[in-house]
Design a protein around this ligand. Structure first.
Ligand SMILES: Cc1cc2nc3c(=O)[nH]c(=O)nc-3n(C[C@H](O)[C@H](O)[C@H](O)COP(=O)(O)OP(=O)(O)OC[C@H]3O[C@@H](n4cnc5c(N)ncnc54)[C@H](O)[C@@H]3O)c2cc1C
Length: 390
């Protein structure tokens, strides 16, 4: 078998995943409804992950990590999301913030920042989106003006996961407006820097324990050492590399959520009786479960394939990341909807976890590129491969 398509999980990865699962069962399951209700950031759960060295699983040994394969990022996202997509998003947003440094930073930048992410000591955030530049990333308007050996940043970033709680931000800004997106650069900005502030906590429909805020930059001054890679106008590449590496993990987290919802549906249909039978015995119900399971298994294969392509730097990484992210996130919404349906009226209440899973699932088709944007990207590959590009 092609090594890339070998999804066998290694012993040391299995141990990390088992430990993560145990923490989720002991700490996430009992707390998730309350964290969601109160919009409370999951500090205590992240602390448990830190104590168990789970963040270290995502980094190379030279930067304080355990040196596992990058595949572990997808596997961790899948595992945690099975229990709570909010906790999973809060946890994964640090890695998202770290990726531009890991993929585009200088050795010195990597040594300065990555070990504190790996130890779980610092929380990170990735700030690309803006009020008028969501799907339309090239419409970015945050600017970074060079003054001597410093850059002055001005602008507003929208929908930033971990904003306000994060210690370190990777922020995208234009260093050469005339070049449009090719004139974009990525900067490392630490919390506490003068002029850096945050908007109100967004009152969201789902993933409510994951905090989302604006990042506001008013004459934020950073030394040029904080320019990722030290070369200006490389931000577009850093953003693309980051999204190629992170989208498979988002696809995997969709697989996780869908698996959690499927398990809830299975549990409920085995215990609920109507017409004198457990409802799982109705063939129509079995068909619903079968459709859910089939789509989950297909999504898992796509997510793993994309994750392995990203790890190996395969030329089709971007295409398969888009395919996996699109299909898995739509599957999560489909499965959560069917699972709630199988709970009947009880599913519509907060008495069962499926209600929260249903609300949480929707973000998967929006963040890190909407479903339509994934389809645009897949379409662009179809056109290119058909030789129709001029
Ligand atoms: C909870 C949450 C957390 C987030 N976390 C982060 C984060 O940590 N960092 C970060 O940088 N961003 C983050 N985002 C931003 C997220 O990536 C954007 O919301 C997303 O890319 C969509 O942008 P938008 O909201 O501006 O929607 P728009 O781009 O305005 O899209 C609106 C609709 O138009 C469609 N559309 C737009 N353009 C096209 C087109 N060309 N073809 C077809 N359809 C199109 C879209 O698919 C969508 O249905 C987060 C968002 C949310 C809600």
């Amino acid at each position: 078998m092609d090594e890339i398509m070998n999804f066998t999980i290694r012993e040391e990865e299995r141990q990390v995943l088992e430990l993560t699962r145990r923490i989720c069962e002991e700490h996430v399951v009992p707390q998730r409804a309350e964290l969601d209700e109160k919009e409370e950031y999951p500090y205590k759960i992240l602390e448990k992950f830190k104590e168990a060295q789970i963040p270290a699983a995502m980094y190379p040994v030279e930067y304080g990590g355990l040196g596992l394969r990058p595949f572990i990022n997808a596997l961790l996202a899948e595992t945690i999301s099975e229990y709570c997509l909010g906790v999973s998003t809060a946890f994964a947003a640090t890695k998202l913030g770290a990726l531009p440094i890991e993929l585009g930073g200088t050795e010195e930048q990597k040594r300065k920042y990555l070990p504190s992410f790996a130890s779980g000591e610092k929380i990170g955030a990735f700030a690309l989106s803006e009020p008028n530049a969501g799907s339309d990333v090239p419409n970015l308007s945050t600017v970074a003006e060079k003054r001597g050996d410093r850059y002055i940043l001005n602008g507003v970033k929208q929908w930033i996961s971990n904003a306000g709680v994060a210690d370190v931000y990777t922020i995208f800004a234009l260093t050469d407006k005339a070049k449009g997106p090719r004139g974009m650069s990525c900067f490392i900005v630490e919390k506490g820097t003068k002029g850096l502030s945050f908007g109100k906590l967004e009152n969201k429909m789902g993933i409510r324990c994951s905090h989302t805020r604006q990042v506001i930059l008013e004459d934020v001054e950073v030394p040029e050492e904080n320019l990722v890679g030290l070369k200006p106008n490389k931000g577009f590449i850093h953003a693309l590399l980051t999204l190629n590496a992170s989208r498979p993990a988002v696809a995997a987290s969709a697989v996780g959520l869908a698996t959690g919802a499927y398990k809830e549906a299975l549990k409920y249909t085995r215990q609920r009786q109507q017409f004198g039978r457990h409802i799982i015995n109705f063939q129509a119900v079995q068909h619903m479960l079968a459709e859910m399971l089939t789509r989950i298994e297909a999504s898992r294969l796509l997510a793993y394939r994309a994750a392995r392509y990203a790890e190996f730097g395969h030329p089709e990484t971007a295409k398969f990341s888009a395919i996996a992210k699109y299909y898995a996130s739509e599957t999560a919404v489909f499965v959560a909807n069917q699972a709630l349906q199988l709970h009947g009226g009880y599913g519509f209440t907060k008495d069962y976890p499926i209600e929260k899973m249903y609300r949480d699932a929707k973000i998967l088709t929006i963040y890190e590129g909407t479903s339509q944007i994934q389809l645009n990207e897949i379409g662009a590959y179809i056109i290119k491969e058909a030789g129709l590009l001029k």
